[in-house]
Ligand binder design. Structure first.
Ligand code: NAD
Length: 469
């Protein structure tokens, strides 16, 4: 018996009482997830409320020690976690995928543990002095998506725990086993009630949003669901961090060495087979280099290995679920029917499994097309022509979303000047989507509000309290 089986056995339940979770690539059942209800949620919140004072009383040093022990344990179990994640989510073990995600879980846990957060003196004059202290909020409810299920859960729970909160987390109904496995490792080190996973459906998510006894909701998912959470939390006035959808634009400035940026550009677009909130989803290229960029991306798209994630050779996988497969197919079909040129890919790849789609590059398409205006969240990039940089910036900013953006040029000063004008929570230069646990991350406009990571992320799960004399 491999250790992978051991973790799955620890978190799975018998078929008679569970929900079958398919392998994303083969669609064979890999295990059964518990079916938790709103009553289970209420019990978990009550347990978290009861456990919170003692957890807060441990203090920063002890909580940090425990979180570092958890990070060590994640590293010690990393291959088992990566195999389960690869099967459930679909992302390959290799490349910037499952092993990378598990590594990020350890790193973000450790960084949440080790980032200093001190009271701030904000005013001092004579006898007067004002300090801001960061206290625990109480109980945090976390709701996650299916694309980076383990890593995004860590983003939500590690800072919350560090700051002395207890947490109830609801994973996406598509990827509960990965999050249950992660929490199993966490709970080897945490007191009872401090962290509970509620493996429920959308109805349980809605009950978290409306729960009267949660102090904060951390949500990562679609903009549509984010709006529902804002409405549902009006009664409790729970604080919110909303990491919502994106439709990130990239702008390649004229005269850029395309060969030098090609690899970063490809992975900025196709990381996790395009199922990434802050992936590059609309690419604006100057007339003078349009065909060169289209061909460079198409050449990589045609040859980058796609297939079952457990095969070490593969770096691109399937769409995680049928709904997302249908969205991607419909957007490409719409582009084709409206005269766009499909330069690479453009159809399903059933030889690999039911939900595989070819890595697709679409040219001769512009703003107003559904594939440009809507979030594709899959392995497809529309490449859009521009002749004037100001116009490219205007079109990039025309979106209702504002998660990320990128500007590409070897002239870093020129790129920075354009980046200053792009409306997004993060604008990258010569990369897209790169994250760092010390650097705040979050969206603007309909991509949400609140920041995660670093000191800003710790403050976001704290109650600021002023002590003044
Ligand atoms: P989703 O909104 O459909 O689901 C997210 C979670 O919300 C799931 O756990 C679901 O059960 C729950 N949920 C559903 N209805 C709810 C309700 N009424 N109240 C409370 N919870 C409810 O999103 P998804 O399809 O899982 O994820 C894809 C989307 O997430 C994309 O738009 C993507 O851009 C976005 N995303 C954003 C980030 C980010 O950091 N900004 C990261 C990853 C994904």
């Amino acid at each position: 018996m491999t250790t992978t089986t051991t973790i799955l056995e620890a978190v799975g339940v018998p078929e008679s009482v569970g929900r079958a979770i398919p392998d994303a690539a083969t669609r064979e059942t890999i295990g059964y997830a518990p079916i938790h209800t709103v009553a289970d949620l209420d019990d978990a919140v009550a347990a978290a409320r009861a456990a919170q004072p003692a957890w807060a009383a441990l203090g920063h040093a002890e909580r940090s020690r425990i979180l570092n022990a958890i990070a060590d344990d994640i590293e010690a179990n990393s291959e088992e976690l990566a195999v389960l994640l690869s099967r459930e989510q679909g992302k390959p073990l290799n490349g910037p995928n499952a092993r990378f995600e598990v590594g990020a879980c350890a790193l973000w846990t450790r960084t949440a543990a080790d980032t200093p957060i001190e009271p701030e003196v904000v005013f001092e004059a004579g006898e007067s002095r004002a300090e801001v202290h960061y206290d625990p909020l109480g109980v945090v409810g976390a709701i996650g998506p299916w694309n980076w299920p383990m890593m995004i859960t860590v983003w939500q729970i590690a800072p919350s725990l560090r700051m002395g909160n207890t947490v109830v987390v609801k994973p996406s109904e598509y990827t509960p086993l990965s999050v249950l496995a992660l929490a199993e490792i966490y709970n080897r080190h945490l007191p009872d009630g401090v962290l509970t996973v509620i493996s429920g459906d959308r109805e349980v998510g809605a009950a978290i949003a409306a729960h009267p006894d949660l102090d904060k909701i951390m949500f990562t998912g679609s903009t549509a669901t984010g709006r529902r959470i804002v409405e549902a939390s009006a009664g409790s006035l729970a604080r919110l961090t909303l990491e919502l959808g994106g439709n990130d634009a990239g702008i390649i400035l004229p005269g850029t060495d395309i060969e030098a940026i090609a690899e970063n550009l490809f992975w900025g677009i196709f990381i996790n087979t395009g199922q990434t909130c802050a992936a590059l989803k609309r690419l604006y290229v100057h007339d003078s280099q349009y065909e060169q960029v289209v061909e460079a991306l198409a050449a990589m798209a045609r040859t980058m290995p796609l297939g079952n994630g457990l095969d070490e050779g593969n770096v691109l996988g399937p769409l995680q679920n049928e709904k997302q497969f249908d969205i991607v197919s419909a957007l490409v079909d719409d582009a084709r029917e409206n005269g766009a040129r499909i330069v690479a890919g453009g159809s399903a790849a059933p030889e690999h499994g039911p939900l595989f789609y070819q890595t697709t590059v679409v040219a001769d398409i512009s703003d107003g097309a559904r594939l440009v205006d809507e979030e594709q969240f899959g392995p497809v990039i529309p490449v859009i022509r521009y002749s004037d940089v100001d116009d490219a910036v205007r079109r990039a900013n025309a979106s209702t979303q504002g998660l990320g953006g990128s500007v590409w040029s070897q002239d870093v000063e020129a790129a920075t000047a354009v980046a200053r004008r792009v409306q997004a929570g993060t604008v990258w230069i010569n990369q897209h989507g790169a994250i760092n646990p010390h650097v705040p991350f979050g969206g603007i406009k309909a991509s949400g509000y609140g920041q995660e990571f670093g000191v800003a992320g710790l403050k976001a799960v704290s109650a600021p309290k002023v002590i003044q004399r």
